[in-house]
Design a protein around this ligand. Structure first.
Ligand SMILES: [Zn+2]
Length: 388
């Protein structure tokens, strides 16, 4: 069906772009996009997609609006606090354009509904912010053969890409084949979020979706856009499709969605006391008090303090005299650990350090994790230390 006069007028500034034109506008009107999560990324994405005249928007979210969301989730407002996000998003989108067709998925995306849901749409926008759903959405998109526009935020760093193995591009698992274990990533510590950066990343997601659906320009397929908001440096990293990818590779091991593949808990793993130690003197986990006492000893008897946090965390605060080995580098830098000296392992709250200490003990080192991490240390021994 041809565009009506009202439609031509509404979208005129976009239609006169030669890369879009009447044809592109008609394609957008026929398009169906699923937006997963109406939070920091989904809010700007949904607003721009509705404003651009995308015909059908599917909204998947099971959450309610809270006042502390409003700092970044700009589709909601003060009046919608306490109400389902779908409700307030729908109100705002209909106020923007009464003709946009909305479909609601109040259960969100689950292993049970993902494939059927994704098949109903032309493109998926992932606006979720945790690992299990990110992997679940990636796998479902690959299995359903649909392009997925990925966006993520961590503090001041934003990332965008489009995963589209059906057109020869890589998927998220080509980059990170397995979900990180709880404690290996800072996901569990409540991280700060820079609202305007959500706006930037969510808008890039909308932009990529519109380009993809209209065929304008060059999609971000096989490339990752990384934005560092503090320095405002933007890099594009080339990504490779992995022949051995467990979901989009030549011989995939993931051929359906199984719930146990996406289980993840932020609980600190149980101490593994069965792991032997070199001399058996230190337990796998010790209190901040004990760690403090050990580190006050004369140099010759003092354990080595190994901090397994990331660079940017050490830049905020650290205990003098530590050796810095981020958790992810522990395997390849094992030779730097002393075999004749006990090791105390430190992280932010004691979760990553516990995993590190367990791994070191399995490798024959005498290592203990400091329970409560540097945060607890600051509280008890360093009131002036910067905390996060
Ligand atoms: Zn892949």
């Amino acid at each position: 069906m041809a565009l009506s006069g009202a439609e031509a007028a509404r979208y005129s500034r976009q239609i006169i772009l030669p890369e879009i034109g009447v044809e592109g506008q008609e394609k957008l009107r026929q398009s169906r996009i699923l937006i997963i999560g109406l939070g920091g990324l989904g809010s700007p994405a949904a607003l721009y997609l509705a404003a651009a005249g995308v015909g059908t928007l599917g909204l998947a979210d099971f959450d309610r609006v809270e006042v502390h969301n409003l700092q970044r989730q700009i589709i909601h407002d003060e009046m919608s606090a306490g109400h389902p996000k779908l409700e307030s998003a729908a109100q705002r989108l209909r106020a923007l354009d009464p003709d946009v067709q909305l479909r609601f998925h109040p259960q969100g995306v689950t292993v049970d509904n993902a494939l059927e849901l994704f098949r109903q749409y032309d493109l998926i926008i992932d606006g979720t912010d945790n690992f299990p759903t990110r992997y679940q959405n990636n796998d479902a998109a690959v299995l359903a053969g649909k392009p997925l526009v990925y966006g993520s935020i961590y503090q001041f760093e934003g990332q965008v890409s489009i995963f589209d193995p059906a057109q020869g591009g890589p998927c998220y698992r080509c980059l990170f084949p397995e979900m990180p274990a709880p404690g290996e990533v800072p996901n569990c510590d409540e991280a700060g979020v820079f609202g305007a950066l959500c706006g930037v990343v969510g808008s890039f997601q909308a932009l990529e979706a519109i380009k993809y659906l209209t065929g304008a320009g060059e999609p971000l397929r096989g490339r990752l856009l990384a934005i560092d908001a503090l320095s405002l440096r933007v890099r594009t990293i080339n990504l490779k499709k992995h022949a051995d990818c467990p979901v989009c590779g030549a011989h995939p091991t993931i051929t359906g969605l199984q719930a146990d593949r996406y289980e993840w808990s932020c609980q600190v793993p149980e101490p593994d006391d069965t792991a032997p130690t070199m001399s058996g003197q230190l337990p796998v986990e010790i209190s901040v008090e004990d760690a403090h006492a050990l580190l006050q000893q004369p140099e010759a008897e003092r354990p080595l303090l190994v901090d397994v946090r990331e660079d940017h965390e050490l830049a905020i605060c650290q205990i003098p005299g530590n050796r810095h080995i981020p958790l992810g580098e522990l395997g390849k830098r094992q030779a730097e650990l002393p075999e004749d000296r006990p090791i105390l392992v430190l992280c932010h709250h004691g979760s990553r350090s516990l995993r590190a200490a367990q791994a070191m003990r399995r490798a024959g080192y005498e290592a203990a994790s400091i329970r409560g991490g540097i945060d607890q240390w600051a509280e008890q021994y360093a009131p002036d230390m910067r905390r996060y």
